[in-house]
Design a protein around this ligand. Structure first.
Ligand SMILES: Cc1cc2nc3c(=O)[nH]c(=O)nc-3n(C[C@H](O)[C@H](O)[C@H](O)COP(=O)(O)O)c2cc1C
Length: 323
């Protein structure tokens, strides 16, 4: 399948693996790229630019296909060493960056001057238009269904994607709630040039996370995610667990008086405990509603091959038959 996204990123299939904290290590990024998609290393999971440089080097040894690095711009007072991380990306020979979390304006010139293709992930059409105006090459349009941070506008992809298609000039991929051939074909029908998946890629053999995480996704249904930190305007879609219920209780109790400090103990340092140690109740961790569509743990290659074969089948038989 050829789309503007496969051409832009020089990949075989229009499938991207979004950056994921403590999941997007070299093993997963390389597996996705080797399967013909675009794998992405999560920059800030690496504690220093030096550590990111080493992770990129590891990934370069595992694949000779293009892969990218995710740079998440966090709403924090003490910003990570972004220039250092960008230098590691450039020096590592990486040519694709997925930006997310906030407006990439400050760092875009440095990325573009060094020949990067930048795909910006955002949750509203107005943010997408802003990013397009700044010079981003492509967009990842993250609907309300998504695992992680869906923003505050709550527009699901059935509306958000066609709206993006109405407004944007640069190519975009769908993101949030994507799991299979149906997701891909529907995304293409709504104007996207490919799709980005997060949660689905965690439940694969190569995802370097604890088996408990994969089993939790398999056991979950589409009813099992919750939105935390909404009163702080930092909404995160997470899988429900005991810690999440405590946070939601506190949010209800404190109402609009809540401050980040009130929940910091529940959210700080959670990811290594969950993803690496398999402590499933350690705190809130991002997971999409799409968990309800995930019923197996294939290899990344099996997953990508299945999506592409079934997409062709869907287009050539089911859809063709209806005309
Ligand atoms: C466990 C997990 C961690 C994530 N961490 C990040 C992150 O650090 N930076 C980022 O831009 N997106 C992050 N995301 C969002 C994904 O890149 C992607 O946009 C999202 O998962 C898409 O929705 P889906 O899970 O329904 O496929 C994370 C998602 C998950 C599930």
């Amino acid at each position: 399948m050829q789309t503007l996204i496969t051409e832009m990123f020089e990949i075989k299939h229009p499938i991207i693996q979004g950056g994921m904290h403590y999941v997007g290590f070299a093993e997963l990024a390389a597996a996705v790229s080797n399967a013909g998609g675009l794998g992405i290393i999560t920059g800030l999971t690496q504690k220093t630019p030096d550590a990111l440089a080493k992770e990129i080097e590891r990934c370069n040894k595992m694949t000779n296909k293009p892969f990218g690095v995710n740079l998440t711009f966090l709403p924090v007072i003490e910003a990570p060493d972004y220039p250092g991380y960008i230098k590691a990306i450039i020096d590592g020979g990486v040519k694709i960056v997925e930006t997310a979390g906030n407006n990439p304006a400050k760092w875009l010139p440095m990325l573009k001057e060094n020949g990067m293709k930048v795909i910006h992930k955002c949750t509203t059409v107005r943010h997408a238009l802003k990013a397009e105006g700044l010079g981003c090459d492509a967009l990842s349009i993250d609907g309300f269904e998504c695992g992680g941070h869906p923003g505050e506008d709550d527009i699901p992809n059935m509306i958000l994607l066609p709206r993006a298609a109405e407004e944007l000039k640069v190519p975009f991929v769908s993101s949030g709630g994507m799991a299979d051939a149906r997701s891909l074909v529907a995304s293409l029908a709504m104007g996207a040039e490919g799709m980005n998946m997060g949660t689905r890629f965690i439940a694969t053999k190569e995802a370097p996370v604890h088996e408990n995480v994969k089993q939790a996704i398999l056991a979950a249904t589409e009813l099992d995610t919750r939105l935390v930190m909404r009163p702080l305007r930092n909404t995160e879609r997470v899988l429900n667990n005991a810690a999440v219920e405590r946070i939601l209780e506190k949010e209800k109790e404190l109402g609009s008086h809540i401050k980040f400090d009130d929940i910091i103990k529940e959210v700080a340092g959670v990811y290594p405990s969950v993803m690496l140690e398999g402590e499933m109740d350690a705190g809130p961790w991002s997971c999409g509603m799409v968990a309800g569509l995930i019923h197996d743990i294939p290899t990344v290659q099996e997953l990508v091959d299945r999506i592409m074969a079934e997409s062709e089948e869907l287009i050539r038989t089911r859809l063709e038959r209806m005309i």
